[in-house]
Design a binder for this molecule. Structure first.
Ligand code: ZN
Length: 454
């Protein structure tokens, strides 16, 4: 049987570097009907009528699970849409994405909003995808119905989100939202910057990255996380801190965990691989909130990652059109204060992280824990996604860890040719991506599935 012809295939993928939950070793992976049926000794499954793909020394990883992607469709499809986002994901070895509830119009804050997204995503997804809901002021009554419909949890902002239709929660709204989520057993995911600290910070618009950085200080994250953890402690809600940029929050997380608060945290490739020192003035492709901080902070994030303090490294892929980024190369002002805040990196998160991880002595197994099994566990997909193990979906990536490539933004499948990685050379090439046992050919028909929290 040939992979790709019919969904019900039997095939073997052989590699001398299969990244399994207990480490890397040579193996044959037998796939039947889209699932991993057996993991056998390397070379032991003789072909016969099986379709064999021998990767040699190319590594075989489980597909990445990216739980933080802003697709923006419907409503702002010119920023990114399901077709372009999932194509970029597949090309980058990401086989599952969970879509954020904002920047699309409508946002995913009601069952109708969720239905609109599901409808438009159907038949144009190259990878599997699911949806986060949103908890905003006034929609507490919508949370339980959305939860029943299978959203993976609810996002709230503690500071303005950047779009009017997704307002941030004040403390009273946060209390209500977390109490309700504790009651229904939902996971609250939080953008943690404190609006009072942001307002008090010096605001100096312009092209100088240092001025932008000063406008979003470490304290904004630390104050917001402290307030959130206190609210989580009182309400009993399970909370997850999105895109930790500042190492100042790490001691707060440690203390809260020691106190029994149910809290997890994630960070992103741009915080781990880029630094404030290297952001050119006026290059707003680097603008995101919270911001990319300095090198010493980055080292502390890596130390925390190595210690298992982050459950996931996910993209926070949040693109916009080049004009809203105010990019100078497109005639924009390069003003960091006014530019859209968001980094586009969905397709290149794996090589970006691998480039830095191998320099710091980390293995492919570490990368898989941070970018595949960890995020899968965050959203309750362990058992199906995030590992090469018997019974799991055969979501797989052939990855050449010793390859390298130069990033050309216009060659990526993202809808808009803007990424701070443009011009960089990254280590590691994604050669082939399989979704449920079938090669994802991004020029053919999409066959991604919609997932719901079970
Ligand atoms: Zn985000």
């Amino acid at each position: 049987m040939l992979i790709g012809e019919t969904p019900a295939t039997t095939a073997v993928i052989r590699s001398r570097r299969v990244v399994l939950p207990d480490g890397e070793r040579p193996a044959d992976v037998l796939i039947r009907d889209g699932r991993i049926e057996q993991i056998a000794e390397h070379g032991s499954l003789l072909a016969g009528d099986l379709h064999l793909t021998d990767l040699g020394d190319t590594a075989l990883l489980p597909g990445l699970v990216d739980t933080h992607v802003h697709v923006n469709e419907p409503g702002r499809t010119e920023w990114e849409g399901f077709a372009t986002a999932t194509r970029a994901a597949a090309a980058g070895g990401v086989t599952t994405i969970i879509d954020m509830p904002l920047n699309s119009i409508p946002p995913t804050t009601t069952v109708d909003g969720l239905a609109a997204k599901r409808k438009i995503a159907a038949d144009q997804a190259w990878v599997d995808l699911g949806f986060w809901g949103g908890a905003i002021p006034g929609n507490v009554a919508d949370l339980e119905p959305l939860h029943r419909e299978g959203v993976f949890g609810f996002k709230s902002f503690l500071a303005p989100s950047g779009v009017d239709e997704f307002p941030h929660v004040e403390q009273a709204d946060l209390e209500l939202a977390l109490a309700e989520q504790a009651r229904i057993g939902a996971l609250a995911i939080i953008h943690a910057e404190d609006p009072a600290v942001l307002e008090a910070a010096p605001q100096q618009p312009g092209v100088h990255y240092r001025d932008f950085l000063a406008s979003r200080p470490d304290d904004a994250e630390a104050a917001a996380v402290a307030r959130l953890l206190d609210t989580a402690r009182r309400t009993g809600a399970r909370v997850h801190i999105l895109h930790v940029s500042s190492a100042a929050v790490l001691p707060l997380l440690r203390q809260a965990r020691a106190d029994g608060v149910r809290v997890t945290a994630e960070t992103c490739p741009h915080y781990l691989t880029l630094s404030a020192e290297e952001v050119p003035d006026g290059d707003t492709a680097f603008k995101c909130c919270p911001p990319i901080r300095d090198e010493s902070n980055r080292d502390l994030l890596w130390a925390a990652l190595a210690d298992g303090e982050f459950i996931a490294v996910v993209s926070d892929h949040s693109p916009s059109t080049p004009d809203l980024k105010l990019l100078q190369k497109y005639g924009g002002s390069g003003d960091f204060a006014a530019a859209w805040g968001g980094i586009a990196s969905l397709q290149i998160g794996l090589p970006a992280i691998w480039t830095e991880a191998r320099k710091r002595g980390h293995s492919l197994s570490d990368v898989v824990r941070w970018m595949s099994s960890g995020p899968a566990s965050l959203v309750g997909l362990t058992g199906t996604k995030g590992a090469i193990a018997v019974g799991y979906d055969a979501d797989l990536v052939a990855f050449d860890p010793d390859g390298a490539f130069a990033v050309h933004a216009e060659q990526l499948h993202h809808r808009n040719p803007v990424t701070p990685y443009a011009g960089r050379t990254l280590s590691g090439n994604v050669l082939t991506t399989w979704l449920r046992g079938r090669v994802v050919d991004v020029d053919a028909e999409p066959f991604g599935r919609q997932l719901a929290r079970s």
